[in-house]
Design a protein around this ligand. Sequence first.
Ligand code: URA
Length: 211
Amino acid sequence: MTHPNLTIVNHPLVQHKLSLMRDERTPGPEFRRLLREISLLLTYEATRGLPVAMRPVTTPLTEMQAPMLDGPDPVVVSILRAGNGLLDGVLDVIPTAKVGFVGLYRDEETLRPVQYYCKLPTELAGRLVIAVDPMLATGNSSAAAVDLLKSAGATQICLICLLAAPEGLSWMAAAHPDVRIVTAALDSHLNEKGYIVPGLGDAGDRIFGTV
Ligand code: URA
């Protein structure tokens, strides 16, 4: 099963940058820069439905009615820690977005995600809430993060990820079919350690140089 609300951004710039990121020889600073750039391009797609209203603008030549964003500022929520690699790219294109953070770890006994940190802007209802996490692997942590966002009042959620695995999409389809998912690629499968194949390795380690 895939996800009913999935967008794969098949743009040449996104695909080229992603291929460079997959290469194991790509050094950390370049990996981070590419992730920020792709994040900006994925945000462009994720925000396509934002409402606009016509406002008066005076150009050097005349007056006109021009479209401007209308409605409450979107919220971007980084799912720690790898989500921070996508955060600045989102803020590059939506500088007025409010920012939240969700931290989850996997309980080794129950294998369930456990929340260790949560700081969210107030008034999530009625805003576009963009959750960012580069790797949609099992889907466990993304689904748990979305649970949290919905409990906090979010009504319109989009998950931006760099790569998705079929397993993660199925999990999200069962748990949150209403959440839009925007990704740069759908990869083949997860390996026995839960890594996306072909993937790009551990995104957090490659962003923060912790290998
Ligand atoms: N998290 C990662 O960083 N990489 C994967 O391949 C899967 C989950």
